[in-house]
Each structure stands twice: as structure tokens, then as C-alpha cells.
Design a protein around this ligand. Structure first.
Ligand code: UD1
Length: 417
């Protein structure tokens, strides 16, 4: 298993280009299951999760052509195997995004239940509830969701909580349903909007994406389209935190500050100077960061996917901060690893009190999930001496060419096989 060896203490300085968003690319790839023409995507990030999603829809019958440079053509005309097997779903929960499109287009689907994961139980009851409201017959048997519907019918769906992939699954299913579907309490995440834009280019009739009420008028068929995947706001935020923590100065290109208001506000509160331009961001870090308290919540509030990275920067700030996680019940596993590097963190249920220390010291640590890994990379870049991060396959799921990008910014980072 690959490991990442970091010699810390070097400020990140220079320029990096941000990749396409993982969490937009995954649902958009599933949207090809709805189409009876080729979907031409660009700016698709080269990540392990994207490779898994390609394998998943490929074995369902979608023809795939890639140019190796972020362009992907997906042709769903010959879809013939509406099954998402456990072996694939267990490595990537987002596989559940195949359920809605398969059911809408093929009339049946057999999708493995994702089960829990390191950061919490993460059930999919809202996906199932919404599809049932649209007339699907759904049984859960042998660890699989077995769903059938001759043609889905439009419905008014109120989700019990804000769910990102739940909103995306139901929105995709509704595009081919008969009549109008309204999703109330919808997720407002920019990735939902990017998916809606792609579906609209394919002929879907959607309004309200980006608000908490999305309305979809079902159509009989969707056709091929061209769509560029939006920039990754979490990758952007991760590099901003890495520069902030190492007292660096960086320019991030091919991104959009408008996707990151809450994160940029917090970085400014920490003392960073952040200059937002039309498709780039410049950050200059202070000599010592001020502590910043954050509370995670659905978009546009502070994202849970940036919580671990802020715990890393608060670990070296000048004072104490409180980090409150409200989305996932077990998302502080990076704290114990940061403590191994010398951080002072006290966990009390869903609150973490982080008291900044003047310096961290390198050690061997273990990545437990994707964003936890990112926080360990940031801490390793700050720490004195060598930090060895084990199990970086988590990092490869969501960060494109991370060691290459960090090296260009001056970091001393090496992959150890
Ligand atoms: C997505 C993101 C993930 C991010 C998360 C929250 C993708 C591929 N992943 O995950 O990176 O951390 O949003 O911003 O886009 N819930 C239920 N029942 C359901 C659905 C959700 O109880 O049917 C709960 C979850 O357990 C969680 C909360 O609702 O506590 C929000 O989860 P959700 O927004 O669905 O997360 P994902 O879509 O899985």
C-alpha cells in the first residue's frame, strides 16, 4: 500500500490549477444512464472514485471513451445490466447514485446497499422514500435494494434532512417521470446545480436547483450533450488551508471563489489575505494564524468536507477554537492522528476544542478517510521533520496528482510504494 512521506516546514509558494469536482463528476457520470445519446464531458478529474464509477456504469452497458486529458464520452444507448454489485458499492458509497437513473430509464434496478463507512452510518432511506413516492416498488433483500417501476410518476417529496446524493438521485429519476416532481428541503450544494445544468443540456426540464425547492417536469427521453465539470471547491479549500498553515502564498487557477464563501470568510478571520478574481484565488498567510471556530452545516454554510483541514490549521493557531460537526456522527478520527503529531485537541461528542501549539513534530500517522487524509497532509507540511502518512489510497480517491501539485508549490513530498 502506498504511503506519503513529507518533510515539513516549507511554506507553499506558487501556482496550482484546480481539477474538476469529484462530487459533481460522480453524479454526472451516472446521468449518462438516462441518456439515449452520447454525453461528452470535460474537466473530469482523474481519481480512483471516478475510475470506480466508470467501471460501474461500464458493466451496466454504457460505452466509454476517454482521451486521458479529462474528456470522457459516455454512451448509454445499450444499457442492459441494471445492477450495482456489492464489490463496487462497498468501495464507493456514491454508487447509490445509479439507483434513480436506472429505475427511471430501465424500469428496474438492483443496487447494493452501501452500508456504513468510517465517518458514520450514512443510511439511504431518503433515496428510497423519494423513489417510493414516485411509485417505485422497492424491497431490500440480501443487502440489495431491488426496485421496479413501469414508469415513475411525478410526486411532491419532502426529505427528512438535507441530503446531497439523495437530492441528486431523486432529481435524476424525476427527469424521465410522468408529470411534475417537487423536491422540498433539497440540497443547495453547487454540485447539485452542476448536475442540473448537465441534465438540462440533455433535455431535462428543471427549475430551482440551488434553492431548497427543485421542480422537475418529466420528459419522455433525454439526449446526448456536452458538459464541462465544475471546479472542485473542496480541493480548492484544501490547498488554501495548506498555504495558510505553512505561512505560504499561493495562486489557485481554474477555480471559483464564489463556491467557497464560508471557507474564505474563515480564512480571512484567521488572518489570511485572500484576493478573489474571476476564476482564480490568491492567498497570503500571516506569520501566525488566529484560531477560528467553525460549525459544519449544509451549503451555503461551512462544509463538513473542510472540517478536518480546519482542525489542522487550528492546531497551529495562536489560541483555542471550537469545531462543531453537525452532519456526520463520527467525523473526528483525524483528531487522534493530529494529536500524534503534537496537536492539543479535546473531543466532547460533536465538539472538538483545539488549542493551537507553536509547532507540530513529524510522526507516522494513518489516514482513515478522504478528508481526514487531507488534514494529515496539511499537518505534515507544517510539522518539523518527517511525517509518514499510511493508507493514502483514501487520498487518491479524491485528490488528483496531489504530490505533483504540492511539489510544484515547493513542498518536500514523496510517494513511497
Ligand atoms: C455528500 C458528499 C460528501 C459530503 C456530504 C455532506 C458526494 C458524492 N458526497 O455525501 O462528500 O460529505 O454530501 O455534504 O457528493 N442521511 C440519511 N438518510 C439518507 C441520506 C442521508 O440519514 O437517505 C444523512 C447522512 O447519514 C448524513 C446527512 O444525512 O448524516 C447528510 O448526508 P448526505 O448529504 O446524504 O451525504 P452524501 O450525499 O452521502
Amino acid at each position: 500500500m502506498d504511503k506519503l512521506l513529507i518533510r515539513g516546514g516549507v511554506p507553499l509558494v506558487g501556482e496550482a490549477a484546480i481539477s474538476g469536482a469529484k462530487n459533481a463528476a460522480l453524479p454526472i457520470i451516472c446521468a449518462s444512464l438516462l441518456s439515449d445519446g452520447p454525453l461528452n464531458l470535460s474537466n473530469v478529474p482523474r481519481l480512483n472514485d471516478v475510475a470506480t464509477m466508470r467501471r460501474l456504469i461500464g458493466q451496466m452497458g454504457v460505452a466509454i471513451a476517454a482521451d486521458g486529458d479529462g474528456a470522457l464520452t459516455l454512451d448509454g444507448r445499450r444499457l442492459d445490466n441494471p445492477v450495482a454489485p456489492y464489490e463496487m458499492v462497498k468501495t464507493m458509497r456514491a454508487s447509490i447514485l445509479a439507483l434513480g437513473p436506472l429505475l427511471a430509464r430501465h424500469g428496474e434496478a438492483k443496487v447494493s446497499l452501501p452500508g456504513g463507512c468510517a465517518i458514520g452510518a450514512r443510511p439511504v432511506d431518503q433515496h428510497i422514500k423519494g423513489l417510493r413516492a414516485m411509485g417505485a416498488e422497492i424491497r431490500v433483500e440480501g443487502g440489495y435494494v431491488l426496485a421496479q417501476a413501469r414508469r415513475l410518476k411525478g410526486a411532491r417529496i419532502v426529505t427528512d434532512m438535507v441530503t446531497v446524493t439523495g437530492t441528486e438521485n431523486l432529481m435524476m429519476a424525476a427527469t424521465l417521470a410522468e408529470g411534475e416532481t417537487i423536491i422540498e428541503n433539497a440540497a443547495r450544494e453547487p454540485e447539485v446545480v452542476d448536475l442540473a445544468n448537465c441534465l438540462t443540456a440533455m433535455g431535462a426540464r428543471i427549475s430551482g436547483a440551488g434553492s431548497d425547492r427543485i421542480s422537475i417536469q418529466g420528459v419522455d427521453r433525454l439526449h446526448g450533450a456536452d458538459h464541462p465539470v465544475m471546479p472542485d471547491r473542496i480541493e480548492t479549500g484544501t490547498y488554501l488551508c495548506a498555504a495558510a498553515a505553512t505561512r505560504g502564498e499561493i495562486l489557485l487557477t481554474r477555480t471559483s471563489a464564489a463556491l467557497l464563501d464560508s471557507v474564505i470568510d474563515k480564512l480571512r478571520e484567521a488572518g489570511c489575505v485572500v484576493d478573489c478574481r474571476s476564476d482564480s484565488i490568491v492567498l497570503k498567510a500571516p506569520r501566525r494564524l488566529k484560531p477560528v471556530s467553525v460549525r459544519t452545516a449544509p451549503y451555503p454554510a461551512f462544509p463538513t468536507d473542510m472540517q478536518a483541514q480546519f482542525m489542522a490549521i487550528d492546531s497551529v493557531a495562536d489560541g483555542a477554537a471550537v469545531i462543531r460537526e453537525t452532519i456526520f456522527e463520527n467525523r473526528f478520527m483525524h483528531a487522534v492522528e493530529l494529536i500524534r503529531l503534537g496537536a492539543n485537541i479535546r473531543i466532547d461528542a460533536s465538539n472538538a476544542v483545539v488549542t493551537g501549539v507553536p509547532a507540530l513534530d513529524g510522526a507516522t500517522v494513518m489516514a482513515t478517510d478522504l478528508r481526514a487524509s487531507a488534514s494529515l497532509v496539511i499537518a505534515g507540511l507544517v510539522a518539523r521533520g518527517e511525517t509518514l502518512i499510511e493508507r493514502i489510497y483514501h487520498l487518491d480517491r479524491g485528490y488528483e496528482r496531489i504530490e505533483e501539485k504540492l511539489t510544484r508549490l515547493g513542498a518536500d513530498v514523496r510517494r513511497v510504494r
